[in-house]
Design a protein around this ligand. Sequence first.
Ligand SMILES: *Cc1c(COP(=O)(O)O)cnc(C)c1O
Length: 422
Amino acid sequence: MNAIPGQDTESGFAVEPVTRQTFDEVMVPTYAPSSMVPVRAQGLNLWDQEGKQYLDFTAGIAVTGLGHSHPAVVEALRTQADKLWHAGNGYTNEPVLQLARALTEATFADRAFFSNSGAEANEAAFKLARKYAHAKFGPHKSRIVSCLNSFHGRTLFTVSVGGQSKYTEGYEPLPAELLHVPFNDIEAARAAITDEVCAVVVEPVQGEGGVMPADPAYLKALREFCNARGALLIFDEVQCGMGRTGKLFAYMGYGVTPDILTSAKALGNGYPIGAMLTTETIAAVFTPGAHGTTFGGNPLATAVALRVLQIINTPAFLARVNQMAQYLVGKLAVVVRDYPKMFSLVRGSGLMLGIVLADQYLGKAKDIVKSAEAHGLMLLIAGPDVVRLLPALVVSEEQIDEGISRLRQAIDAVIEPTSVNQ
Ligand SMILES: *Cc1c(COP(=O)(O)O)cnc(C)c1O
């Protein structure tokens, strides 16, 4: 029997130990990671190189919705890993068709396109909107309206559509015909959505922009204006979708249906995958060759995402998310009440929550997150003035209690730095 090349060389693959210091030596410095290096995680527990345990209230930025290493998801990946990893888009495959069927049955959509990230799902959505308007109305209808403070990804197109100029500075020239309007401002949207507009894109709950839910009246107004002007309404649910708000997708809670919806982050629970969902009519302009990606719809990613969707999209699972969200909001409201000089309010939707800093502590979200990490709690910021909590959707009351206890210790240490002895 002929050996498979590489099969008998396990001992030849030894690697040198690495630390946080190694990052500065070998990585392009696009990130400034924490000094702790995670090595293992299970559920909401995570351990670093030193064996210190953390309670993870970030879920890898709303990615590991089912917690780390969910057994059923690991099983789906293992099973698919033994069958087929990749064949390319010259062939379809069983998991991708099963996932597309499940997503279209669960939502307004009739058709799915798969990508590898949120940015690519949005890139596909924006290209589709342009192409649809071009085919239906002509090239003059090309403007995309989006919201200030929004975030849609980091490719040049998506970062330009996103409404935070700090992310586009230095990358000019930027794509043209993009217009930004203030979020939740109906009159500004009315004025901006003219006949030149091919699409309006909005996050039903802004994530990076400060954990800010859209007003129901705002999304309803966007729907009306889009209908009146023949523009497509795109909901970016990359962060707020997949059960995060207590509905499978946030639009279901608003009762406003988009023409295109994008998903990613929690869709693969940590296995990279994004999706763009739309109607049959709109999808029809993406004819063979109009758009594509090598890895999108890959069998490993889609087998994992199918299992994730099956678990999240049940009434019992989503009811439990809402229950835990209520419990966590209640606890956070007490924290805000106990520290009125530090915090002004809790806002968000479901298990996508932000505590907003008050005057005296404006700009200090990073310090609180850093202190929380020292006290064994992983948190995020959403801009300089908001501490963001995105625990896995499977979080328990006990874990919320423990997280709140660690948060209080972290806050006390920020208020009185001398009380930290470590
Ligand atoms: C994270 C995020 C993106 C970008 O997703 P990537 O996978 O990082 O490309 C887009 N939109 C929203 C709302 C996000 O939160």
